[in-house]
Design a protein. Structure first.
Length: 367
């Protein structure tokens, strides 16, 4: 009996337990994750502050990466029969000429229809006023005329402010041209030898960090390239469908509106509806409420087709985020950096998620 007592472990009184043993394990786990999340949030905030200071450079590099994702396969194909530098020149500058030619075609179409559209707008505004004055709205005529007077008074009063805004817009145009030149310059080198540039950078890292960085970079580029090519296909499909519909309905400025739909698709969830809403207003002013109702129905059809067919089909090779994550990313990006933030938020979140998955999975072949 005494031997059994001597072998039994003495009971530890509650007062003698360590401070950490009295804390619930779930609370300790939450605290561990909390301080790590705080560090990550601080790093993300600092990164956004730095990128905000160098917004022009960041946007130029982003556009260069987009061009690289689109033109690298074409360059590799041309390099099979041509020298690599010549293949890069043909791919980059040939694509640039195609884009500039398309913009010139749209600009000529807009200039040719500008006079007619101005008259259509005046008649359309009068038609809208008569429509609002009737049931079910029953807006008084004096209210609409008073709104016209207020707009005219605002323009005459703030003329100097509008002129200064136009001048600042001219300065902004110089910045845009500078960023476009930097994006073109970077894209040439990225398309030509981006893989060698990354290998050189990876060789400068400590030897223990090279494999994780290489694994993360491959996952990031696979996701970014897949998202870029996918969103281009989706945007082009939307633009073709909308352009055909607007041409068949004889809506004014069909080609510029088609180009607007193409670029608006790069802002997920809200880009296409906003562009088609603009098309609806143009159709209402130029072709009347019936055609405008048809264009409005087109918004619903194209939105359903894009969300349930195009995105799941085309984006299968890229990281697919939950719609809630996409919506939060777009809104957060627009708050931080406006339209640019809304455009880049989804690819940035997709790349971050793919890098996280690649690092958690470990090296290939690891159990």
């Amino acid at each position: 009996m005494s031997v059994a007592r001597s072998r039994a472990a003495p009971a530890v009184p509650a007062a003698g337990r360590g401070e950490g043993e009295r804390v619930h394990s779930g609370l300790r786990l939450a605290a561990a994750y909390a301080w790590r999340l705080l560090v990550i949030g601080a790093l993300v905030y600092v990164a956004f502050m730095v990128l905000g200071r160098f917004q022009l450079v960041a946007v130029a590099v982003f556009l260069a990466l987009v061009a690289t994702a689109l033109l690298r396969p074409l360059t590799d194909l041309l390099a099979r029969v041509l020298p690599r530098p010549l293949a890069v020149v043909l791919a980059v500058f040939g694509s640039l000429l195609v884009v500039l030619g398309l913009l010139a075609l749209v600009g000529n179409a807009a200039a040719g229809e500008a006079g007619k559209l101005a008259g259509d707008f005046r008649g359309g505004i009068s038609r809208i006023e008569r429509w609002l004055e009737g049931p079910p709205f029953n807006v008084r005529r004096g209210t609409l005329s008073g709104l016209h007077d207020k707009i005219s008074t605002f323009l005459s009063t703030h003329r100097s402010t509008l002129i200064s805004s136009a001048l600042s817009g001219a300065n902004r145009a110089v910045e845009v041209l500078t960023g476009a030149f930097l994006a073109l310059f970077c894209s040439i080198f990225f398309v030509h030898s981006g893989d060698r540039m990354w290998r050189w950078f990876n060789d400068q890292l400590p030897e223990t960090a090279r494999a994780p960085w290489d694994r993360a970079s491959r996952a990031a580029w696979h996701t970014f390239a897949g998202y870029t090519r996918g969103i281009i296909i989706v945007a082009a499909s939307n633009a073709v469908l909308v352009g055909i519909a607007l041409l068949l309905l004889r809506v004014p400025l069909a080609l510029p509106l088609t180009l607007l739909v193409f670029f608006a698709t790069f802002v997920p969830l809200i880009g296409s509806p906003i562009a088609l809403a603009v098309a609806t207003v143009v159709a209402l002013a130029g072709r009347g409420p019936v055609i405008a109702a048809v264009v409005l129905a087109l918004i619903v059809v194209v939105g359903q087709f894009e969300g349930h067919v195009l995105h799941p089909l085309v984006m299968s090779w890229a990281v697919r985020l939950h719609p809630v994550a996409v919506a939060i990313s777009v809104i957060a990006g627009s708050i931080v950096a406006g339209v640019i933030g809304a455009v880049v938020s989804v690819p940035v979140v997709s790349v971050a998620w793919s890098v996280t998955r690649a690092l958690r999975a470990g090296p290939p072949g690891q159990a």
